[in-house]
Write a protein that binds this ligand. Sequence first.
Ligand SMILES: [Zn+2]
Length: 135
Amino acid sequence: MKAISKFQAVVNCKCPRCREGDIFSGKMYSFSFKGQITNEYCPVCNLRFEREPGFFYVSMFVSYAMNVAEMISASVATYVLGLPLVYENLWYYVGILLLTVLICSPFNYRYSRVFLLHWLTPGLGYIPGSGAKTK
Ligand SMILES: [Zn+2]
């Protein structure tokens, strides 16, 4: 199998070591509470995704940063699209921000963990061919 780039691995939520196995099972957006589950181990190279106990708590901080960026973007977009920033429109802005947070939360859940695994975990990098050993 041809190796994929790190960017493709991040976009497709692939394992940071073999870039073949899926980090998540299930769809990002679904109406089931079992929609997306982080796999405990990579199905291809058997890497344990939760590197240490509480590892994914750090992804909350990544998710927080993503949320802030999305809310600022939504606010600026709302303002640019023509809703004046006056007191009478306060609840429109609050509603738009809450809707943005709600819509983006499955995305943030998934990609905060992917960013954490791919970019913020020292010592966890791509090892070419690591997926082929266990197949
Ligand atoms: Zn893997």
